[in-house]
Ligand binder design. Structure first.
Ligand code: SF4
Length: 504
């Protein structure tokens, strides 16, 4: 039996349990019972992948809560006693932020020490090349952190959230965090759903447990909390994500990454092929999630009634109705919500700004003195701004021309310096252009906080000391590893857990 496959005696199963609060002992019991029901016993190198994309007092609902992960780890220890070579947690948080900072801000460090579990920061370990051969793949190989490639028993522990780029982030989408920055941003554009589907070939989890005690509506970094009081568990990602989608009233066939993974044999989507159990019925779970808000809103609509006018044309290779769901427009939506958290006066302070994406052919409704920002490599526009003829041409490079071996990650302080230069330029001209595919959240945060005179989150006194301490340690660790000659990339490997599971 290949690692990554469910137990041969079980079909795809989803277990829905009532968990009223973040009590680690209650979570431990519920998870242990699920492991027993699924006939699963953690063994060898067991790795848990939570979602710690962002953490800290303002991002309380963005991540898998520490109490949840504690209960899960305790249950894995209970069930894996005597079989565990290593029990570890691994994650790459939101790009440019050191993962060690996210762990600290989420309260993971003392918990991991107490429970006796190893911590991996995926931005500080070698990245292993995994070959892909399936039809329809975006590229011939992907990189993933070494602990993922070496895992014998892989546990996915996502947060139950809406997502402005992929509709939802349940189990499959949590795989974006099994890539470090430079590899993660490749194909993180209008092909994002396809990328998530390709990532499934790296590893399949034997066990999934999602934190849906307080779920997140609307957005991924600053979600609106919604109490579902649920822990949902399962043994197959496609089945799992299909059930979770239906709980919030969505048809999983409309969610591209779930549909694609299903078509490629990763698991069933139909309820008739998925065994449900637990102390909460599917109907009751749906009732708890009634009215759950998803975040798939086009950028023009999102900013209606604010001082930001957004204009979006199609990304390359799309007709005029096309939209880059996985890229720059969604970045702007996440950014404004972050800025609103840090500065309650954000919308009042924001001057009139026009943000243009993709191949936009329409007019811009600009008055004298207002700034225009052209965003992303693919942006194109011709017209007049303040009497000046402006021609913005696409710098988009086809994805086939990007080699994951050579891409570089951008340091946050390098980004800050580059953005400062851009802002100086913006002070002299009515428009600027920001390159990137996609542009990063950090860059737009820096730009808008500067142009709007809004509190810059990177300089927020609640986190500046912790952030910089983590940043300096992170850079020091990487420099030390380089000095010791440790490779950043390892080639020609395969994972222990890769391959589509075969379900009975
Ligand atoms: S530049 Fe931005 S909008 Fe254009 S394809 Fe890339 S991610 Fe999408």
């Amino acid at each position: 039996m290949l690692r990554g496959m469910p137990h041969p005696d079980t079909r795809a199963k989803v277990i829905i349990r009532h968990v009223p609060s973040y009590d680690p002992q209650r979570i431990r019991t519920v998870v242990r019972e699920a492991l027993e029901e699924l006939h699963l016993r953690p063994h060898g190198r067991t790795l848990v992948k939570p979602n710690v994309v962002a953490a800290g007092p303002l991002f309380e609902h963005a991540h898998t809560r520490v109490e949840f992960t504690e209960g899960l780890l305790l249950a894995l220890q209970d069930r894996g006693e005597g079989n565990l070579e290593e029990l570890a947690v691994g994650e790459r948080c939101g790009i440019t932020v050191p993962t060690r900072y996210a762990y600290e801000a989420a309260g993971y460090d003392p918990m991991l020490e107490r429970v006796g579990v190893k911590r991996y920061c995926f931005d500080e370990v070698p990245q292993v090349e995994i070959p892909l051969t399936h039809e329809g793949r975006l590229r011939d190989f992907l990189f993933t952190p070494e602990p993922v490639a070496k895992a014998d028993f892989f546990v996915n522990a996502p947060k139950f959230k809406a997502h402005p780029w992929t509709t939802v982030t349940f189990s499959m989408k949590n795989y974006i965090g099994i890539q470090d920055d430079r590899h993660r941003l490749i194909d993180h554009d209008h092909a994002l759903n396809k990328k998530v589907a390709d990532l499934q070939y790296i590893v399949q989890p034997q066990f999934i447990a999602i934190d849906a005690i307080i779920a997140g509506e609307g957005r991924m970094l600053t979600p609106i909390p919604k109490e579902l009081r649920l822990v949902i568990m399962g043994n197959n990602q496609v089945a799992f994500d299909s059930v979770c989608s239906r709980i919030i009233g969505l048809d999983p066939h409309d969610i591209e990454h779930i549909q694609l993974a299903h078509e490629r044999g990763f698991g069933p989507m139909e309820m008739s092929e998925i065994a449900l159990s637990g102390d909460v019925t599917f109907e009751e779970a749906k009732e708890r999630a009634k009215g759950f808000r998803c975040g798939l809103i086009r950028v023009e609509k999102y900013f209606e009634g604010t001082n930001i006018n957004a204009y979006s044309g199609p990304p390359p290779g799309h007709d005029e109705k096309g939209y880059c769901w996985g890229g720059c427009p969604g970045v702007l939506e996440e950014v404004i919500e972050i800025l609103r958290l840090y500065d309650t006066e954000c919308d009042k302070k924001m001057p009139k700004i026009h943000m243009v994406f993709g191949d936009y052919k329409g007019p811009l409704d600009i008055r004298h003195g207002e700034k225009v920002v052209f965003i992303g490599d693919c942006v194109k526009w011709d017209g007049q701004i303040d009497g000046e003829l402006v021609q913005i041409t696409s710098k988009y490079k086809d994805r086939s021309g990007i080699d994951p071996h050579d891409v570089k990650a951008n340091d946050i302080y390098v980004k800050m310096a580059a953005m400062t230069a851009k802002i100086m330029e913006a002070k002299k001209r009515p428009f600027i252009r920001l390159d990137g595919c996609p542009i990063s959240i950090a860059e737009i945060v820096l730009l808008l906080s500067e142009l709007g005179g809004i509190q810059n989150p990177y300089f927020d006194k609640r986190q500046i000391v912790g952030f910089n301490r983590s940043y300096l340690t992170w850079r020091a660790v990487l420099a030390w590893k380089r000095m010791r000659g440790e490779p950043y990339q390892i080639h020609g490997a395969t994972t222990r857990g890769a391959a589509a599971p075969e379900l009975p």
